[in-house]
Design a protein around this ligand. Structure first.
Ligand SMILES: Nc1ncnc2c1ncn2[C@@H]1O[C@H](COP(=O)(O)OP(=O)(O)OP(=O)(O)O)[C@@H](O)[C@H]1O
Ligand SMILES: [Mg+2]
Length: 236
């Protein structure tokens, strides 16, 4: 098997008085969607932030495309090819949808135009709303815009934090389906979700987190079939 694009070993992310992530090992290969599933406070966001270099107290090894990420700033990580969509779809509200896309790119204007068109092909709804200010977009459209913006730089690995939060089921499914397409085009996707059903329906593999640690992992299909495990993890 080819070497994973992202390899994480013994990752710990700590805040002043809490260890949000403890001793996590995982890997993600090009072309696959890995779902990171856990309840509120499990450490999903902290793990993604640790990978992106957004938290100060991080220990362990992170290797991406053969590079050790230790000590690299978030910007350096982004330039190596890691895209990040934070929780809460933080688009620039006063800019149009199109401006949100254009500002994310460092390419020349011809290349940016090509890439923007690719994003509109991926999210046809954004093409319709391209000249609307982002604050006027629906929650689902804003989430699509947040994902499209992260894709403008053609990342090799996309970290996505709870893209379905607050979306109607059909919209949630369409956002997640796009992630499948992104992986099919050769990128790797690490998808943090509380919406276990939606994530498992799309992912290749799943990693279940509880209290900062990995509780179980396996193929999405096997995990989806383990009702008892999911119920104990997510409650309800
Ligand atoms: N900036 C912070 N300072 C202190 N503690 C934090 C901070 N961010 C998160 N935590 C704590 O770290 C733990 C993990 O939080 P995290 O946000 O990573 O979980 P999560 O799995 O993303 O949860 P959710 O599904 O609610 O987004 C929680 O106990 C949380 O309270
Ligand atoms: Mg979170």
């Amino acid at each position: 098997m080819a070497e994973a694009l992202l390899t994480v070993a013994g990752l710990t992310v700590a805040y002043a008085d809490v260890r949000a992530v403890e001793g996590v090992d995982l890997n993600v290969s090009a072309g696959e969607v890995v779902a990171l599933i856990g309840a509120n406070g499990a450490g999903k966001s902290s793990l993604l932030k640790g990978l992106m270099g957004l938290e100060a107290r991080v220990q362990g090894n992170i290797t991406f495309a053969g590079s050790d990420l230790a000590g690299l700033s978030p910007l350096r990580r982004a330039r190596l090819g890691i895209g990040y969509v934070p929780e809460g779809r933080r688009v620039f509200p006063g800019m149009t949808a199109e401006e949100n896309l254009l500002v994310a790119s460092r390419e020349d204007s011809a290349a940016r135009t090509v890439r923007t068109a690719e994003m509109y092909a991926l999210f046809p709804q954004l093409a319709v709303r391209r000249h609307a200010p982002a604050w006027q977009l629906s929650g689902g459209e804003q989430q699509m815009l947040a994902v499209a913006r992260a894709l403008m730089t053609r990342p090799r690995l996309l970290l996505v934090d709870e893209p379905t939060l607050g979306l109607a089921p059909a919209t949630a499914q369409s956002v997640i389906r796009v992630l499948r397409g992104i992986a099919a085009s050769g990128a790797a996707v690490l998808l943090a979700e509380q919406n276990a059903r939606a994530a498992l329906a799309t992912a290749d593999r799943a990693v279940l987190m509880r209290l900062g640690r990995i509780e179980a992992s396996g193929t999405a299909k096997a995990i989806a079939g383990d009702e008892r495990l999911l119920r104990s993890l997510m409650g309800g």
